[in-house]
Design a protein around this ligand. Structure first.
Ligand SMILES: [Zn+2]
Length: 243
């Protein structure tokens, strides 16, 4: 996940002359060089999924494909994740509900509550963080798959399953046991609707999986401690199930 500690709000002018509407002044939200929303005033913030990038010819939500995401509460952050459920079902929904370019290249966003509140002040209809749907275990697993090597767990929309034959080794002793633990955890989470929260953790504690791919890929995948085995999400989180 890509952690967002600050959002910038910049004025922009969209050219709607092709739809007979002239020019429209809007506000865009960005994090560094990545644009999160192209017209805060025009997005329907309470929709599921929410379209963060609206049509640049007319400003209407759902007129143009893509730019979509789901907002989820995860404890101390708001997760902006690809709209996995909406994208399932074929090429049309996969294209129609695909995420904005910044999420295709860098994965899901994890927005701290302070910038989220600043966005909310400017975005009529954006729910309070506590009123968002919780992140579900099966969604957290999809986030992991979205960001990990496809040679480890396949690629969306394929089911999230450990490709055991492609795992060359792990960073811990007892490779076969680690692989079995990770595989069982993925299967459990992938079929679960449990709400989960994200806890910060030291990435050096994560077990690394070395995966056979055109170049050997290294994926930090899980953290094992006395409480059990937990899924690791970059850059340094484990998921905790709300039991
Ligand atoms: Zn349009």
């Amino acid at each position: 996940m890509w952690r967002i500690t600050e959002l910038a709000f910049n004025p922009a002018r969209l050219d709607f002359t092709s739809s007979g509407q002239g020019f429209r002044d809007v506000t865009q939200a960005s994090a560094g060089s990545a644009r999160l929303a192209n017209a805060i005033e025009l997005t329907s913030w309470d929709e599921e999924p929410v379209q963060l990038e609206v049509c640049t010819s007319c400003g209407c939500v759902r007129c143009a494909p893509g730019g979509c995401a789901s907002l989820r509460r995860t404890g101390r952050h708001v997760a902006v994740i690809p709209a996995f459920e909406s994208m399932l079902g074929g090429d049309w929904p996969a294209s129609q509900y695909s995420p904005p370019a910044c999420m295709r290249s860098r994965g899901a966003l994890l927005v701290e509550l302070e910038p989220y509140e600043l966005l909310r002040q400017r975005a009529p209809g954006l729910p309070e963080a506590k009123n968002l749907k919780p992140l579900r275990a099966r969604e957290a697993v999809r986030v992991f798959q979205w960001e990990a090597s496809e040679f480890l767990v396949g690629r969306f929309p394929d089911p999230v399953e450990l490709r055991v034959s492609d795992v060359l080794a792990t960073s811990e002793a007892g490779d076969a046991d680690r692989v079995a633990e990770f595989r069982a955890m993925l299967a459990d989470l992938a079929g679960s609707d449990r709400a989960v929260t994200l806890e910060e953790c030291d990435p050096d504690l994560a077990t690394v999986f070395y995966v056979d791919s055109p170049q050997v890929a290294e994926c930090r995948a899980m953290v094992a401690d006395q409480t059990g085995v937990r899924l690791f999400l970059e850059p340094g989180f484990v998921i905790k199930a709300d039991l």
